[in-house]
Design a protein. Structure first.
Length: 408
């Protein structure tokens, strides 16, 4: 049954199942999807650099091409929610991401340009499914997070993601080392398939988007708080560094993929506990999220200054662990403030606007990384230090998120 009126006008009628059950479903989905993704991404960067002998700038360019597809699809792909519903749209992400990684088994080779060309259609499918799914995920959370449970619910979702962040790199590192990259991708693809099935078999509802692309473009430039632009710039810049530059740095500094996996995984463990604790504090204390974001951003600046200067493997693990613990003090309260703004009005449009901002900032960041490593082809260590320092300083912009609900 389709709902023709704006969902935010009667948002609670979009879903008929209970909050607890739906949050659990999405937690399981997040666990399986992020297990698959974290298995594959770190091993993919290692495989490209060590086994296929790609230059650092080529690896950056490969991911830049994917970002360009994401940026384009971010504008249009939310329309799929009208056709198949919120949770089923979320389920497209593991389906298309799984197809993309399977394509790597057949088409990723030492010939860089041929690989890019052959994988391009699968990369486009991945970006289409993921862009719509991320808008749908924000819509889902903006409905299901109430004033009483928003911090704890976000904490449980983040814990599901962090469990995958702990286990997957360790498993992926050992599987890649002893069984090969192909087996890592096969295992990841099975997890993607399970994540797809979790949401495919749950009830869902469809509705029409209560805005046009033209009206969204107007609101993007004229109605969106400038504080959100600055906040997303700081957060996305830092996120892009953790997604690509940090794994590249580990591959260059630590040559053993199993050891890299242990460093990446072990450093995430205690952050799960911190995520839950932060969520509880947000629920207990009125206005706590704004203060936590501000203090966490400044702590992260100091931590990430050290990240690029301390290169011994054990020390890298310690610094990364401290960084991930502190990241929870930023991410959870940041999301609480954002979803409060989303839920106020124009919920679907606002989630779509945020997705467009996120993807285009990512595109610019990856373009800069590609240019930097093309100019400095030998990837000297000081380049990584500059990037880490720059992203750490930019993270202080996240404190602007506290202003978006006061400006509306």
């Amino acid at each position: 049954m389709s709902h023709l009126k704006a969902p935010n006008a009667d948002f609670h009628h979009l879903f008929h199942t209970t909050l607890d059950r739906e949050i659990i479903e999405v937690c399981v989905y997040q666990l399986l999807f992020n297990m698959g993704r974290n298995l594959a991404v770190l091993s993919l960067v290692f495989h490209m650099y060590v086994n296929l002998s790609y230059a650092v700038w080529q690896i950056c360019l490969y991911f830049l091409i994917g970002c360009a597809l994401f940026a384009i699809n971010a504008i249009f792909s939310a329309k799929v929610i009208e056709k198949i519903g919120v949770k089923h749209t979320m389920g497209l992400r593991p389906l298309f991401v799984g197809l993309y990684y399977v394509s790597l088994l057949f088409f990723l080779s030492e010939n860089f340009w041929l690989s890019v060309f052959l994988i391009l259609p699968f990369n486009a499918l991945r970006s289409f499914g993921s862009s719509g799914a991320q808008v749908a995920y924000d819509v889902f959370l903006s409905h299901h997070l109430t004033k009483e449970n928003r911090g704890e619910s976000l904490a449980w979702l983040q814990i599901a993601i962090m469990v995958a962040t702990v286990a997957a790199p360790v498993i992926g590192g050992f599987v890649t080392k002893y069984m090969g990259f192909d087996w890592t991708i096969i295992i990841a693809s099975v997890l993607f398939g399970l994540a797809f099935l979790v949401l495919l078999m749950t009830p869902d509802e469809k509705f029409q988007l209560p805005y046009t692309l033209r009206s969204m473009a107007h609101d993007l430039f004229h109605e969106t708080p400038k504080a959100l632009y600055w906040s997303e710039l700081g957060r996305t810049f830092f996120d892009s560094v953790l997604f690509l530059i940090w794994p590249l740095f580990l591959v260059l500094v630590v040559s053993d993929i199993a050891e890299i996996g242990v460093i990446a995984g072990a450093s995430s463990g205690i952050a799960m506990v911190v995520a839950f604790w932060v969520g509880k504090q947000i629920d207990k204390k009125q206005g706590a999220s704004a203060k936590i974001v501000t203090h966490g951003a400044w702590r992260s600046t100091v931590i990430n200054l050290v990240r690029g200067l301390w290169w011994e493997p054990i020390s890298l693990g310690i610094v990364d662990a401290v960084s991930k613990i502190n990241d929870q003090t930023i991410k959870l309260p940041y999301d609480v403030e954002f979803y409060k703004w989303v839920k106020e009005k124009n919920s679907l449009e606002r989630t779509h606007i945020r997705q467009i901002m996120f993807q285009w900032i990512y595109l610019v960041c990856f373009a800069v990384y590609t240019l930097i490593f093309a100019v400095f082809a030998d990837a000297p260590g000081w380049i990584f230090v500059v990037i880490f320092v720059g992203s750490a300083l930019a993270l202080t912009l996240c404190s602007n998120i506290a202003r978006i609900n006061r400006l509306n």
